[in-house]
Design a protein around this ligand. Sequence first.
Ligand code: GCO
Ligand code: MG
Length: 412
Amino acid sequence: MRIEKAEVIVTSPDRNFVTLKLTTDDGLTGLGDATLNGRELAVASYLSEHVVPLLIGRDAAQIEDTWQFLYRSAYWRRGPVTMASIAAVDMALWDIKGKAAGMPVYQLLGGASRDRMMAYGHASGKELPELFDSIRHHQELGYRSIRVQTGVPGLESIYGIASNKGLPGNEGVRYDHEPAQRGALPAQEDWDTRSYLRHVPTVFEAVRNEFGPEMPLLHDGHHRMTPLQAAKLGKSLEPYDLFWLEDCTPAENQEGLRLVRQHTTTPLAIGEIFNTVWDFQSLIKEQLIDYVRAASTHFGGISPLKKVMDYAAMYQIRSGFHGPTDISPVGFAAQLHVGLAIHNYGIQEYMQHGDKTNAVFEQAMTFADGYLHPGNKPGLGVELDTDEAGKYPYETAYLPYNRLADGTVHDW
Ligand code: GCO
Ligand code: MG
């Protein structure tokens, strides 16, 4: 079974997606997600200029060998563009292997370790009443676990709030198509860590008073704090029993997590911008985190995701894979198959794609009562409608960025 054709498809139904489609000489097709939010065309070009020529004629059954070949032969290792490209190839080959075997990919990874997978959704509101409405709305959609983000007094526009902007029809309720905004330049948001640190505990107190102690609540710090500030936030949130505090620091400074860990028992999740198993090496070995936030798409695909989770299992660290809408339905399916198969599944972020995206990508995945399942179709269970995809050419879109009150650029 040889790879005969490799196509890179860029489409922008609700947002930009980069998809790799491989076809074998016996007519099987496989899909892989290579979407890198705000830098999509760099990955599309890396794939078409440098990877596609290497794939033609290769044995489609050799997933591990192809991964190692693309990783090691490039010499220049890691980085989001390279790893998203390798991820797309890896996923597409798993998809083909599943179809060849007549089995969903999770069967090839060891079979299901559970019946269904708990998901969490994104509730947000600039003020408490909007936030409470958003939490109720998510409960009505079936979510049992909910991420909570709010505005901060004095700050006009910040990460994670649906009421900042939003597509027509989705304002104030969903954050699904955010945060990348179509347009020639990135939007500027503002930030003040001290105001944030004062405000967030009052929000969680209000949410617990309104919704009770039971519901798992999550929060994303989005890389903005120093280790000391993150330690302080973790401590001040302890009374509200968070499921996790995510990306409390930028995490390039991995030693900083030791300080956070020594000061708080709030569980920590990190890794959505990590690209390889090695980025997690010391964080897992030193037990500085509780959840692995990698996404199959930015982490080199299904193969390394399974490996990092097996390593994490030795330290009782669980999965919390990155599942925003900038992971395409293909990348999302890939990590659902991993999540169903591993023993140390934790939770899956699920923001829900828009209708146009769902028309481009036909999906076997299901979401019911707050739980996900990848479905039982052979392979990943996702097919791409090329006619639909062709209706939506690439549109320039950038993620926002932050400035402090004095004009300094800050982590977004
Ligand atoms: C999350 C993430 C996203 C990112 C987005 C950037 O926890 O889901 O932080 O909201 O900001 O994926 O492209
Ligand atoms: Mg995040």
